[in-house]
Design a protein around this ligand. Structure first.
Ligand SMILES: Nc1ncnc2c1ncn2[C@@H]1O[C@H](COP(=O)(O)OP(=O)(O)OP(=O)(O)O)[C@@H](O)[C@H]1O
Length: 864
């Protein structure tokens, strides 16, 4: 609009000059000039049309592909669907200098009342996470800090919107004054029976209505615009802090304990909009009544005199004091409600994310229990808040509606009953008393005008008082959003301090992560599972020293939970390097380093997006990579059928549900082949892939020059690697060795020898079994009689003894057992792999040793 208005005079003067020139030229020249003008305008119009069409086409393609365009200054151009076409949006990244400048505001709040609790976090370096939300100094600081993000410059769009909003607010106050006066006039004319003036008054009333409703609509519209503008600024700022190479989105959950009550999602998607709505509403709910108060008070002071003004001001003071005194802590309650809402939402998100697993286990009842408990907590808190509000609302209503109205009648009656103290109204009364003309009608006009002013004033005052509550709630939302931003700043700049330094705490990071090394090297680096700040972490692997150079493929072996994946977390920079030095290549992707996590992540988007992740299609095209190349990669990982099966590269699905476990792992290897890094950590990357394909995947990756660092529990992967790192378990021990060395061969040979010995032992046991079976024929039952028909034959039933039974002599008498019973008893009483030693631990039970050997032998035989 502004551009149009400045261009218009220039354009019209140009057109006038042109017409003047045409008039003074010969006819042929005029025709020629007109033709040139038409051709130029036509050309321009056609160009614009073509550009728009091309832009629309580009927008549609980019929207379909979920992609964007990177501009030269680092900003991103994205297209969003708008009506039937697309709209362009340019997103400028927040500059690092802006973050630096804001760090002071968010990490070092000033001391003083309202900030006292943060001192426990270490000399003011931590954000005041424990400061109670409320109308205090902390709120002012937090709000102003956030305001510096929401309105970064005086010349920004938000300032313009606020200015426009102010204009409409002033206009509405002015119109309220006009309406009050008009009201008085209309009633006066009605009482005086002046029909013509009355009709004229109605006409004026209606014509004032048009701008008044426009003003009201614009005020609401601009309030929403301001809210969305604030939200846009804050959301982009938070996203820039949250998603960058500092991996705050990971560290926030795993290292930092600052976001109490809900994950960042709840803060960003729920608390942030509430804060922005509340902040935008506050401007009109505080700004407009404040303006009204000033203007109406001035008017009333003029017409009702100083006594009324003093009364009104005293009334405000008393009301404000009373409401503040009896108001519940709305700010704290709003923050607590936000937390509970976050918990409840988190439970639902968790269920959605793990629906298949829960369904397999049939865990609906259990999950329902969690959800119901979450909701019950929320419900209880909300019921508590509502019941707290009852008393406050009663008080508020009585004071603001009835108390203020009664006082209003008193004040407006001052010119009538105390004309000497009644300001202009009083003077009119005194003059009317002497003149004796139309006294009632003037009195009526004065009363109606003053009453309307008083009503507006009561309304304005009421809104000011109500906005105490809004202000308290805003304090709650402000505290939530401020906590999020300050926590992000803390993670971003790694500024931690603790009252007492914990070993391996966030404030005890002394190691270095050096990026720019051709290889992967850890020198004296303990692998520590970090505890949530301010606690310390737990050492998993003792000071590790390994180096992996190009072509030296490493296999990291060890039992579950020993800390294998944690090594990749430390190298990736997700977990801190508490001591020593970690060196790795600088960049991820081509020529750098890549990490394939244990659980394959499938992003939202097209099939192409899955293969090229974390690249976007924009980056893929910029690198001149084609869909044909992607097809070859899928062929290499034996997934060449996917594009046809799923409906092409641009097809979008919920990929985590569509692909099988093995297919997901192969997609992950496809990503590796697409990015072709020089070094790659593969964490159990082929556990679900069939063995023939597994070998092929390893060989393909190696052929492409990728040095593999594989994390696995399976020793059979050794054949694809040069070195191995064996992690030993609870003591944090480790052993780094070349695969296939003399030492390793001899250790394998030793193992082989041991196994052979065990097999030999089995043979001996068999023979023993035979002997025992023969001996069985000579076993005596109670009474010592030799059983008939038991001479050397095994497995034959005879007399009272069942087939395969053993007769055991014990202190309490002789018992009959089946072979299985004896075996299971043996298993219970000791290690069933052991060859029983004569007179061993079963002595106390006085079990016949021969029978014991038999049971063991039967078990061994069965195992064989
Ligand atoms: N984010 C985390 N915060 C704290 N401790 C963690 C975290 N992630 C894992 N741990 C702990 O670190 C230890 C090692 O985990 P890690 O994932 O490295 O095991 P792993 O050797 O790879 O086991 P697996 O073979 O089962 O994958 C485990 O005890 C685990 O509980």
């Amino acid at each position: 609009m502004a551009n149009q208005s400045t261009l218009r005079p220039a354009l019209s003067s140009l057109l006038q000059q042109y017409i003047k020139l045409l008039r003074s030229s010969p006819k042929s020249l005029r025709i020629l000039a007109a033709t040139i003008l038409c051709a130029t305008l036509g050309g321009l119009w056609e160009r614009r049309r073509r550009y728009r069409k091309a832009d629309e086409g580009r927008g549609r393609v980019l929207v379909r592909r979920n992609s964007a365009i990177q501009l030269k200054d680092g900003s991103r151009l994205i297209y969003v669907p708008y009506k039937k076409t697309t709209a362009k949006v340019v997103i400028n990244p927040t500059k690092s200098t802006t973050f630096d400048a804001h760090r002071r505001l968010f990490l070092e709040p000033p001391g003083g009342r309202g900030f006292k609790s943060q001192s426990s976090l270490g000399g003011g370096e931590g954000p005041p996470v424990n400061t109670k939300p409320g109308l205090n100094l902390a709120f002012l600081h937090q709000f102003l800090s956030l305001l510096s993000i929401m309105i970064p410059r005086l010349t920004s769009k938000e300032s313009f919107l606020l200015l426009l909003h102010t204009f409409f607010l002033i206009s509405r106050t002015y119109l309220s004054l006009v309406v009050a006066r008009l009201d008085g006039e209309i009633v006066r004319d009605l009482v005086a029976g002046n029909g013509k003036a009355f009709a004229w008054g109605i006409g004026k009333w209606l014509s004032v209505g048009v701008p008044a409703v426009y003003c009201n609509a614009m005020i609401k519209f601009l309030q929403s615009k301001i809210s969305i503008a604030f939200r846009t600024r804050l959301t982009r700022y938070i996203h820039d802090l949250y998603l960058n190479d500092k991996q705050a989105y990971y560290k926030l959950q795993n290292l930092d304990g600052g976001l109490v009550g809900g994950g960042a999602d709840q803060f960003i998607t729920s608390d942030l909009p509430l804060f922005c709505d509340s902040a935008a509403a506050l401007y009109s709910s505080l700004g407009k009544p404040f303006l009204d108060l000033v203007v109406f008070n001035y008017q009333l002071a003029r017409s009702l005199g100083p006594l009324a003004l003093a009364g009104i001001l005293f009334n405000y003071g008393a009301t404000a004091w009373m409401l503040k005194k009896f108001s519940p802590p709305f700010g704290r309650l709003a923050a607590a409600q936000g937390r509970k809402e976050g918990d409840f939402r988190g439970l639902h998100t968790r269920l959605i994310g793990n629906a298949e697993e829960v369904a397999f286990y049939g865990g609906a009842e259990m999950e329902k229990g969690f959800l119901e408990k979450g909701f019950k907590d929320l419900k209880q808190l909300m019921e508590g808040i509502y019941s707290m509000k009852i008393r406050y609302n009663m008080l508020e209503d009585f004071v603001l509606k009835y108390g203020w109205s009664a006082l209003g009648y008193l004040f407006t009656s001052l010119p009538v009953f105390l004309p000497a103290w009644g300001g202009l109204g009083g003077l009119v009364e005194l003059a009317g008393a002497t003149a004796g003309t139309s006294r009632e009608t003037d009195r009526m006009k004065g009363f109606i005008t003053n009453k309307r002013l008083m009503l507006s004033l009561a309304d304005a005052g009421g809104r000011m008082m109500y906005s105490f509550k809004d202000l308290s709630e805003l304090a709650g939302y402000t505290s939530r959003v401020y906590t999020l931003v300050s926590t992000l700043h803390r993670v971003h700049s790694n500024s931690y301090s603790t009252p007492r330094p914990e070993l391996y705490g966030a404030a005890d990071i002394q190691g270095t992560l050096h990026k720019g090394f051709d290889g992967v090297r850890l020198e004296g680096v303990p692998i520590v599972a970090p505890g949530l700040w301010p606690r310390g972490g737990e050492e998993l692997v003792d000071s590790l020293d390994i180096t992996v150079r190009e072509g030296e493929h490493l296999l990291v072996l060890g039992p579950n939970g020993v800390g294998k994946s944690s090594i990749s977390r430390v190298v990736a920079g997700l977990w801190p390097v508490y001591r020593g030095l970690v060196s790795r290549p600088r960049q991820g992707g081509m020529g750098g380093i890549m990490f394939l996590p244990q659980r394959v992540y499938l992003a939202q988007g097209t099939l192409r997006d899955q293969v090229i992740y974390p690249h976007t299609e924009m980056e893929m095209r910029a690198d001149s990579r084609s869909d044909h190349e992607l097809r070859l990669i899928l062929d290499a990982v034996r997934l060449g059928y996917l594009p046809d099966r799923e409906g092409g590269w641009d097809c979008r699905k919920e990929w985590k549900d569509v692909l099988s476990g093995g297919e997901k792992q192969r997609i992950s290897i496809a990503r590796l082949l697409y990015h072709e890094p020089k070094y790659a950590f593969i964490d159990e990357g082929t556990s679900a892939v069939s063995q023939d394909v597994e070998g092929l995947l390893y060989e393909t990756a190696k052929e492409r020059g990728i040095t593999l660092i594989t994390i696995s529990t399976r020793a059979q992967l050794k054949k694809y690697h040069t070195f191995q790192l064996q992690l030993d378990g609870p003591n944090g021990g480790w052993e780094f060795d070349r695969i296939g060395t003399e030492r390793e061969r001899s250790s394998v040979e030793n193992e082989l020898r041991e196994l052979k010995e065990k097999v030999q032992n089995v043979k001996a046991l068999r023979e023993r079994l035979k002997t025992v079976e023969e001996d069985l024929a000579r076993v005596f039952v109670t009474g010592g009689e030799e059983l008939p028909g038991f001479e050397g034959k095994s497995g034959e039933s005879s007399g009272g003894i069942k087939e395969g039974s053993v007769v055991v002599k014990s202190g309490s008498g002789t018992e009959e057992h089946t072979a299985e019973e004896v075996t299971s008893e043996e298993t219970k009483s000791g290690d069933d792999e052991k060859v029983p030693s004569e007179g061993g631990e079963n002595k106390g039970k006085q079990v016949d040793l021969e029978n014991e050997s038999f049971a063991d032998a039967v078990k061994k035989g069965g195992d064989e």
